[in-house]
Design a protein around this ligand. Structure first.
Ligand SMILES: Cc1cc2nc3c(=O)[nH]c(=O)nc-3n(C[C@H](O)[C@H](O)[C@H](O)COP(=O)(O)O)c2cc1C
Length: 198
């Protein structure tokens, strides 16, 4: 993951609260797409724990993460987008790096108006790896697979902690790529509006 901002602006996140949330079976029982959101920004602890659940480091000695990732390359980046701008989640530092001051939520909504009410949208960006070790058709499936795994972590965290979310493929990819200065090798497949229940 490339650092795109100077260190002064980095937002240090809270340590994950390991005691929170319902158990896994309750989270699975509660998981569903919810498309209504309270108009309230997420508390820093909630945002911190959500990002850690998505792809945080859970084994500091090896850098291992909460989500499976193909070839151990950790190729899914998570952008936290609010009306005030966008930040890139740095799992290694458990911090947020500001990368844009633009409100990207209209581009993330891509015409689905309910997204405009979300205080936060997580954008999952996979880097397509042209690995010599993985055979076709594996190469082209790694990015969608890794994106889906991070998405499921987000969905289960939300279900366990009474946060509303939905996995979405709809978005204005060209605008997002331009605003976030992404490359052709970056693959935008899913985003998650997240908010408190109304
Ligand atoms: C790959 C993928 C893309 C999706 N894209 C959208 C979308 O663009 N907009 C939306 O409102 N829901 C989207 N969904 C959510 C599905 O509509 C939803 O999961 C499905 O209707 C089943 O409902 P449930 O999640 O409540 O079980 C998407 C889900 C997946 C897995």
């Amino acid at each position: 993951m490339e650092s795109k901002s100077n260190e002064q602006n980095v937002i240090k996140l809270c340590q994950p609260d390991m005691e929170r949330g319902t158990n896994l079976m309750c989270a699975l029982a509660n998981r569903k797409s919810i498309r209504t959101f309270k108009n309230k920004p997420l508390e820093l602890q909630d945002l911190s724990d959500l990002l850690w659940a998505a792809k945080g480091v859970n084994r500091p000695e090896s850098g291992g993460m909460t989500s499976f990732n193909s070839l151990g390359k950790k190729e899914v980046d998570v952008y936290a987008c609010t009306p005030n701008g966008a930040c890139l989640y740095c799992a290694e530092e458990h911090s947020l790096i500001p990368v844009s001051e633009s409100n990207l939520i209209p581009a993330l909504a891509g015409g689905q108006d309910y997204v405009m009410n979300a205080p936060l949208v997580l954008l999952l960006v996979a880097t397509i790896l042209y690995s010599t070790v993985s055979p076709e058709p594996m190469k082209s499936t790694l990015a969608p697979l890794d994106t889906g795994i991070v998405s499921q972590n987000i969905a289960l965290f939300c279900a366990a902690n009474t946060l509303d979310t939905v996995a979405r493929g709809t978005m204005d990819v060209d605008t997002l790529k331009r605003e976030l200065k992404l490359k052709d090798s970056h693959c935008l497949l899913l985003n998650h509006p997240v908010g408190y229940q109304e």
